[in-house]
Design a protein around this ligand. Structure first.
Ligand code: NDP
Length: 281
C-alpha cells in the first residue's frame, strides 16, 4: 500500500511559515494579476489566488480586461506594472482571448517580476542548469513534495507524461538538474506503457482521465498525478487510475489535495522571493 503524498497538508505548513515571515515586514509584497475575458474557470482561479494572497498578508491587485481587449492594451498594463515599484509579481491568467498573442505577453513581463516562472529568461536559466528568479509553480510544488517526503531524486528514472511549458518541460529540466535520468513522453510517444513501467518516479501531466492504468506503474514507483479532469458525476480526478495504481506505488498523490495546493503555494512563495530579490533582502 502506498503512502499518500498530502499536498494540502504540506502546502498549509509552508504557507504558515510564509505568513509568519510576511507578518514582520513593514512594506508588504504585492502580486498583480491580469485577467482578460470571460472564462469562468479563470475567474475562479484568480479569485482563489487573490484570497490566498490576502490571507497571507500579500497585497493583491486584479486588473480585468474585456474579452475584446487588444494586444496593445494588455502590453500597456504590463509595462505599467513592470515600472511600478510597489508591484513585485505579475501574473497573466491563461488562457487569453484568441486575438491575443500570449507568447508575446509573457515575454514582456520583466523577468524579475515573472511570478509564474514562465518567461523565456527564467525557463532558459533552468535549461542552462542555473537558478532562475522564479521557478514555474507546479514543477516547483512537485519538487517540494518530493523533498518533504524525503524521496531522493538523484539516479532515479523519472518519466513525465506531458511536455507543456507550464508543467512537463520545465519539470523535466528541474529533475535533470537534480540528477534524475529523465524521459519525457507526449501524445506522439509510442509504447507509452513500456516506458512508464520503467519509471521510479512517474509524473502524469496530460489532462487525460484514466491515462495511467495500474499495469503501467512499476512496483514501488512514486506516482505524481498533476492532471485535473472531471468524472461523469462532476467530481475532480487526475490522469491516474488511483485505486489501481495505489497498491503498486510506494508513494502517490491524490486528486484533489495533491499537486494542486502546492501550485498556489509556490505562487505565493515566488511572490515573496521576488519581493526579497527586488528589495535586496
Ligand atoms: P497541456 O494540454 O498544455 O499539455 C498536455 C501534455 O500532455 C501535452 O504535452 C500532450 O502531448 C500530452 N498528452 C496529452 N494526451 C496524451 C496522451 N494520451 N499520451 C501522452 N501524452 C499526452 O496541459 P498542461 O500541461 O497545461 O496541463 C496538464 C494537466 O495538468 C491538465 O489536466 C491541467 O488541468 C493540469 N494542471 C494541474 C495543475 C495543478 O496545479 N494540479 C497545474 C497545471 C495544470 P503533445 O505535446 O504531443 O500535445
Amino acid at each position: 500500500m502506498a503512502k499518500l503524498i498530502e499536498g494540502k497538508i504540506v502546502a498549509k505548513k509552508i504557507l504558515e511559515n510564509l505568513s509568519d515571515e510576511i507578518l514582520f515586514l513593514e512594506k508588504k509584497p504585492c502580486l498583480a494579476v491580469i485577467i482578460a475575458g470571460d472564462d469562468a474557470a479563470s475567474k475562479i482561479y484568480v479569485n482563489s489566488k487573490k484570497k490566498k494572497a490576502e490571507e497571507l498578508g500579500i497585497k493583491s491587485v486584479v486588473i480585468e480586461l474585456p474579452q475584446n481587449c487588444t494586444q496593445q492594451e494588455i502590453l500597456e498594463k504590463i509595462y505599467t506594472l513592470n515600472n511600478d515599484d510597489s508591484v513585485n509579481g505579475i501574473l497573466v491568467q491563461l488562457p487569453l482571448p484568441p486575438q491575443i498573442n500570449a507568447k508575446e505577453v509573457v515575454e514582456k513581463i520583466h523577468p524579475l517580476k515573472d511570478v509564474d516562472g514562465l518567461h523565456p529568461y527564467n525557463l532558459g536559466q533552468i535549461a542552462a542548469g542555473n537558478k532562475p528568479h522564479a521557478y514555474p509553480c507546479t514543477p516547483k510544488g512537485i519538487i517540494r513534495l518530493l523533498e518533504y517526503y524525503d524521496i531522493s531524486i538523484a539516479g532515479k528514472h523519472a518519466v513525465i507524461i506531458g511536455r507543456s511549458n507550464l508543467v512537463g518541460r520545465p519539470l523535466s529540466l528541474m529533475l535533470l538538474n537534480e540528477n534524475a535520468t529523465v524521459t519525457v513522453c507526449h501524445s506522439k510517444t509510442k509504447n507509452l506503457s513500456q516506458i512508464t513501467q520503467q519509471a521510479d518516479i512517474l509524473v502524469s501531466a496530460a489532462g487525460q482521465r484514466n491515462l495511467v492504468k495500474a499495469d503501467m506503474v512499476k512496483d514501488g514507483a512514486v506516482v505524481i498525478d498533476v492532471g485535473i479532469n472531471r468524472q461523469e458525476d462532476g467530481k475532480l480526478c487526475g490522469d491516474v487510475d488511483f485505486w489501481g495504481a495505489e497498491p503498486r506505488a510506494s508513494y502517490i498523490t491524490p486528486v484533489p489535495g495533491g499537486v494542486g495546493p502546492m501550485t498556489i503555494c509556490s505562487l505565493m512563495q515566488n511572490t515573496f522571493d521576488l519581493y526579497k530579490i527586488q528589495n535586496k533582502i
